[in-house]
Design a binder for this molecule. Structure first.
Ligand SMILES: Cc1ncc(COP(=O)(O)O)c(C=O)c1O
Length: 378
């Protein structure tokens, strides 16, 4: 077993190849989480009227440095769904508007946009991004074919969920800016998996999950809101705002931060999670990528189906690969029950995809065990 697995709380007996879904929290970060929770319970009043605001600021500062933006452009949310929903309800959409996304977006958020479409009459367009991705230019051109004079918003993943592809977004965001189209990036899988500089990317909104590849405790995500939009973004939940104890620095932050009494301890662990990341994860990230690329090739050898991209340049620490149509229906539970392998299988556009994640607690033996299992199941 990879010795680093002992640093995490996941079951040492399982072959855990699904970091992508919910992440896994390392012991030191989890201890920090519990330390904040104890501090809260020891003196709840002082904690909620004073301590928490200073600690939140430190967390925002550390996160701002990590993702490349100012601390007062960041709002903490429990997950990307609530972060994106907060934008959705602020957009004044009507039946002339179009929302453009790819056909690789996360299902729950397609649903959220779809509901907003039903309410407002706005048209939700899922642009086809054909598989077998090769050149960045083709990807950008294919996506841009979906833009019309009515496109009001582009909503796009930075790393996709079912297909695990790293989408090159820079040019799309530049073109959108030239046309006055708002850009909302779903970077749920990005912080910790690939480098990120939001200011360089220059999008309007960017959400990321911190419990996935940054390995923070569950329920830690953020929303970046470009400063020029602070004037019209309102919280879904109004509470005390500037009349409360939050010292600021801005009314925008005060409006979003206090949403009634809740446990914000997980948000306060971000400096520790970043420290753990630089000490333990970052030095091994290239090795994890290398193992991911090896898995990309092995999937082709063992399963025999075509890959969905050319690999390098499109992958971080995850790869999705198509399973044959006649694969055993219970493949997920067979892998789990008989081989103790935790790995997701997605139904995506009439095909099944198996998605492997490689984190520092994995090693080549884990990939080998998966390939042996797949060989015997197919
Ligand atoms: C690409 C992507 N976006 C958004 C989400 C939403 O996460 P949640 O359900 O925690 O809000 C996920 C979750 O895995 C995801 O993979």
């Amino acid at each position: 077993m990879n010795q680093l697995k002992e640093n995490f709380l996941i079951d040492p007996d399982s072959i855990f190849l699904n970091h992508g879904s919910y992440g896994a929290c390392p012991r030191p970060v989890f201890q920090e989480y519990q330390r904040w929770q104890r501090l809260l319970e020891e003196q709840p009043v002082h904690f909620f009227t004073d301590t928490v605001y200073h600690a939140l600021k430190e967390s925002r500062e550390a996160l701002g440095e990590f993702v490349g933006c100012d601390e007062d452009e960041l709002l903490f949310f429990q997950n990307p769904t609530t972060a994106i929903s907060n934008i959705l309800y602020n957009l004044e959409l009507n039946n002339n508007d179009e929302i453009l996304m790819t056909d690789h977006e996360y299902g729950a958020l397609i649903r959220a946009w779809g509901e907003m479409g039903k309410r407002t009459g706005a048209n939700i367009v899922q642009q086809n991004i054909p598989l077998g991705l090769t050149y960045e230019e083709d990807f950008v051109d294919n996506f841009w074919k979906g833009v019309t004079k009515n496109t009001k918003v582009i909503f796009i993943s930075h790393i996709t969920s079912p297909t695990a592809l790293v989408f090159p977004l820079k040019k799309i965001i530049q073109r959108a800016k030239d046309k006055g189209i708002l850009t909302i990036v779903d970077g749920a899988h990005v912080p910790g998996q690939i480098d990120l500089n939001i200011q360089e990317l220059d999008c309007d909104f960017y959400t990321g999950a911190l419990h996935k590849w940054l390995c923070a405790p569950k329920g830690t995500s953020y929303l970046f809101v470009k400063r020029e939009h602070h004037g019209w973004m309102r919280p879904l939940i109004y509470s005390w705002g500037k009349q409360g104890a939050d010292p600021g620095p801005t009314e925008f932050l005060q409006d979003f931060q206090w949403q009634g009494t809740r446990d914000m301890s997980a948000f306060l662990t971000i400096p520790k999670a970043i420290e753990f990341f630089y000490e333990t994860i970052h030095p091994l990230r290239l090795e994890c990528r290398q193992i991911t690329l090896e898995a990309f090739t092995k999937f082709q050898d063992v399963i025999g189906t075509d890959p969905i991209s050319t690999g390098i340049g499109w992958l971080g620490q995850m790869v999705s690969h198509p399973l044959p149509n006649d694969i055993h229906n219970d493949i997920k539970s067979i892998l789990l029950d008989e081989y103790k392998i935790e790995i997701p299988i997605f139904e995506w556009k009439d095909q099944k995809l198996i998605r492997i994640s490689i984190q520092v607690y994995n090693d080549r033996k884990d990939v080998e065990s998966l390939m042996i299992a797949l060989e015997s199941i197919k």
